[in-house]
Structure formats: structure tokens, C-alpha cells
Design a protein around this ligand. Structure first.
Ligand code: SLL
Length: 172
């Protein structure tokens, strides 16, 4: 296998989460009445045009990403969630914010090591009210202000890629 020396190629991604406050009715229907939010954490392409209601493009990372392993907080059952095809995302309900470890594995042909992103799952808009101390909004206000988005742009960089992997990347 041949490395192409001096070549750097990158792929833009976004990672992060969107969270929705649950209405009282939705909470009542859950097996966990203490859960307050529904959320989706994801890795998506920043290169494609998103649907009107999503952030980023969901379906075109599979040609170079083999697996995204999301490590959730230990309060979740089976906190290690492996996703082996697009869309690379996990949806859950819960009550608290925590750091999600996002480990990205590349296709076999790449010969590349996995990389890790860390994302603070955001549920609350943390609006400053009155005196200015940020506080969790009431359910009423959370529903009124709509979903919370917290996304990061990044570029996955491959230096001196194998010729075969470079072919895969440039074919898209
Ligand atoms: C906190 N450091 O104390 C954070 C931890 C944990 C979030 C937040 C529940 C999961 C479940 C859940 O939302 N955990 O019970 O299924 O705020």
C-alpha cells in the first residue's frame, strides 16, 4: 500500500446535539417520568445541503466513516452506543446535561486511527433572567423558545493518505 506523500485532504463535519423540551403529556407517557427532554446527538456532513429541519447532511459520511461510537453518561443503560451506518446519531430522553464522547472510526482501507470529539450535551438555553444569573427556564418558556441547538464545525484531516483511500475520498 502506497502513501501519497505531501497530500492533505480534509472532510468537513459538524457534531453536536439538538434537544426538545417534553410537554407534560409526553413526560407522562414515558417510562421515566423524571425525564424532561428528548435529544439527538449526531455527526453529520457539513458539505451537503441539509433538510430544512435538520442541522447538517445526514447520509453522506458512510463512504469513509465505518463507525461512530457514542459514549453516554453512565446513568444510561448500555451507555456505549455504536452506530455502523449513517445517519450517525443517537436519540434518547433524559434530564441532565453531560459530556458525550464521540469516537469516529474510518473505513478499513484508510489505515487511519480513530479520532475523538467531546461534546457537552446541551438541553437548556440557560437564559439569563433578571439579575443575570443563568438559570434553567420553566417548562412553559422552554416549550415557547423551541429546540436548543449546540453544534460544532470541524474538519477531519488526513495527511499522507493511502492511494486507495485518497481514491475513495475524491470519488465523492
Ligand atoms: C448532572 N452531571 O448531574 C450530570 C449528569 C446525567 C444525565 C447528567 C438520565 C438517564 C436515565 C440522564 O438524563 N442522565 O436515567 O435513563 O446533571
Amino acid at each position: 500500500r502506497v502513501r501519497v506523500r505531501g497530500v492533505t485532504i480534509h472532510r468537513p463535519v459538524i457534531y453536536g446535539n439538538t434537544a426538545w423540551a417534553l410537554t407534560q403529556e409526553e413526560r407522562d407517557e414515558l417510562p421515566h417520568p423524571d425525564h424532561t427532554h428528548r435529544w439527538t446527538v449526531a455527526v453529520r456532513s457539513a458539505a451537503s445541503v441539509p433538510d430544512s429541519d435538520t442541522v447538517g447532511g445526514a447520509d453522506d459520511l458512510g463512504y469513509f466513516i465505518k463507525r461512530v461510537a457514542f459514549k453516554l453518561h453512565d446513568t444510561y443503560p448500555n451507555p456505549n452506543r455504536n452506530v455502523d451506518k449513517p445517519p450517525f446519531e443517537v436519540s434518547e430522553t433524559g434530564w441532565g446535561e453531560f459530556e458525550v464522547t464521540i469516537r469516529i472510526y474510518f473505513v478499513q482501507e484508510s489505515g487511519e486511527k480513530a479520532i475523538t470529539f467531546y461534546h457537552h450535551l446541551k438541553l437548556h438555553p440557560w437564559t439569563a433572567v433578571g439579575s443575570g444569573e443563568p438559570e434553567i427556564p420553566t417548562l412553559e418558556n422552554a416549550l415557547k423558545s423551541g429546540p436548543v441547538h449546540s453544534w460544532q464545525y470541524d474538519e477531519i484531516v488526513f495527511n499522507d493518505p493511502f492511494q486507495s483511500f485518497l481514491n475513495i475520498l475524491t470519488a465523492h
